[in-house]
Design a protein around this ligand. Structure first.
Ligand code: F6R
Ligand code: ZN
Length: 190
């Protein structure tokens, strides 16, 4: 039997989709080794394993032709000077892309290719971001109080490769500077 078209809503300002099959919560402990200020990271973790971000997924079969959609919510906060962020990943099927649409908050998408190209795009409500094939991506929330909320859609067969990023992090970091967010080189990648 063919699948039937369907709709769902993303009510504002709550942004939890009316149809959700999976709710993922990622806490500070899931980002082990990723924040540049490791001393502050371990201090914070010893106090509380804080909730850093959440994903609401609408499930589809993970096959060519299908799209996976959902909502990603990165909460505001910092580890030292570095803003809260997602783990970030390449897609396992490297040549797959992704679309993000920012619904709320301020932040950045930090991106890079296996060859070392980098790109950091600002996100604010109404902005659409296209992540082309082969670009790893990580969302960073730079709002002081508000969540960074994005809608995403990507090929359902893409899969996630977290290991490459876990080993050395992204080449660019987003830090809180005197005049707002600063994009700096990651010393681990020099
Ligand atoms: C899917 C995708 C997003 C992220 C989400 C959480 O390919 O890019 O749905 O999965 O923003 O980030 P990660 O997966 O890096 O923990
Ligand atoms: Zn992705």
């Amino acid at each position: 039997m063919v699948d039937l078209p369907f709709t769902f809503t993303i009510p504002m300002p709550q942004v939890v989709p009316s149809r959700v099959d999976n709710h993922i919560e990622r806490r500070l402990s899931a980002l082990r080794g990723q924040f540049f200020d490791q001393e502050t990271y371990h201090k914070m973790l010893s106090v509380e394993d804080q909730l850093i971000y959440e994903v609401y997924e609408i499930k589809r079969p993970e096959v060519v032709g299908e799209l996976l959609m959902g909502i990603s919510i990165v909460h505001p906060g910092k580890v030292g000077r570095e803003f809260f962020m997602t783990k970030g990943h390449f897609h396992s099927v490297l040549e797959t892309s992704e679309v993000y649409y920012c619904l709320r908050g301020e932040g950045y998408m930090v991106m890079e290719t296996p060859e070392g190209d980098t790109s950091v795009e600002a996100l604010s409500p109404g902005k659409v971001l296209y992540v082309p094939p082969c670009w790893a991506h990580r969302s960073v929330c730079t709002s002081r109080q508000e969540d960074l909320v994005t809608f995403f859609a990507y090929p359902a067969n893409a899969g996630h490769d977290y290991g490459t990023i876990e080993r050395q992090g992204f080449r660019k970091l987003v830090l809180d500077g005197e005049n707002g967010p600063e994009i700096v080189d990651n010393p681990r990648c020099q």
